[in-house]
Write a protein that binds this ligand. Sequence first.
Ligand SMILES: [Zn+2]
Length: 465
Amino acid sequence: MQQATAHTRLGRLAALLFPLVLAAPAHAHGINGHVHVTGWAIESLPEGPLQAFFAEPEVFDAALIGAAFPDSGYATDDPYGELAHWPPFTHALLEHLLAGEAPFATLEDRKVAAFLMGIAAHGLQDELFDSVFLHQVEHRDGQGQDEVDPGTDGFLWADGHLRFRPPLYLPGETLATVFDAQGHEVTVESMELGLRRVKFLVIDNIEALGPNLDAMYRPLLPWTAAHYLDPDVPGSLRAEIPATAAYLEAIWARLHREASPLVGYAWPAPPRRLRSVDASLVDAWVTVVFGAGAVVGSLNEERVAWVDEAGDPVPFELHHTRWSFSRPMANTRLVQLRPTRDLVPDHAYTVSVAEGVELVGGGRTEERWSYTFRTPCAPGVECAPPDAGAPDEGAAVDAGEAGGGADAGPGGEGAGPGGGGADAATSGDPGGAEASGGDGCQGVPVAPVMPWWPALLARRRRRRR
Ligand SMILES: [Zn+2]
């Protein structure tokens, strides 16, 4: 599938300013968020082959810089960045690696595979953030992507959560070959230039950008600043961690030619309840997250269902990833069910996705998936606490103690939606491995603001076909 590039205002501005290094307000965007959510997701993986795979430091770092790669195309105004965001490219790269003789034989092979997983994680995170959390930002703060993308990187810095700074690495020849097969010619030099700009201006330079970003956007985004790491809010950076981990597991399975269930995660993730019964609020939406790209047209109301305890259908609008605009031939890594009538408090609802979903790259799913969640209690009515039994409730949980439990195992009939490591998403430090309290983080606001630094940016992409 071919996807066109469409830069936003800031993206074009960044591309314009890069070569010139003009005086401009410092902007950055969620690239550090991508790198960190990916790193935290890897750190939250349960014990097993994938966790062991990432135990090699160079492999881990390759995934982190891979998570920065898709936005590097905006830094050179090249469409490769947009292409890299979406499942067709992920699928093509994966197939290219599988066509090799031994995808994991050498360290370089393993780094390329990790880089692929980083790219894929970035694309999924953008879909989740934009299709869920961004709606909350628009509703609560009255702001949009131009503010929240750079703003959240500033908040991550100011709140002391940034600790990953992967070295530059680019499997350029492999990427160029796959882009070419996708119908887009790009040189290794162009990709290197884009990735260098992202690495040096946004990742390595965050001490300079962070204070400015935080000062600029925190006043505009008070709700976002309070909730961008809230594990209870679907699509927040912290809530993205278990969804990303589930996606990495799914790609790992595909890299080993093993089947994986279509659904990797869902919000609400039991034992959490849906946040609201009010159909007018984003809090009443249900979002089902896939571990692979699927064709929008095959995810219609006949295949996606929502029923109450009596089995009666709940009326809802079906949406897909935000930038697909639900075009039948577009692809998506999620479906979203928005009720059109208020729900019943403290009630069990079941959402299902029938078999036959068309996958990017061909083939259809053969298994039906469903899961059940509960709505919140009515105001003033006593019932079980919303998150009763949640292993992470109200406490900083170390990633090493997380995972498994009721949420283990993505997808499957009647299964909970939690992927491995779901609980790490709720620790005091988003990644859990190194607590952000005390002296654990590097984000001390000591660096001077550099107002001349070029504007940068944009994890944004708009799909047009
Ligand atoms: Zn992006």
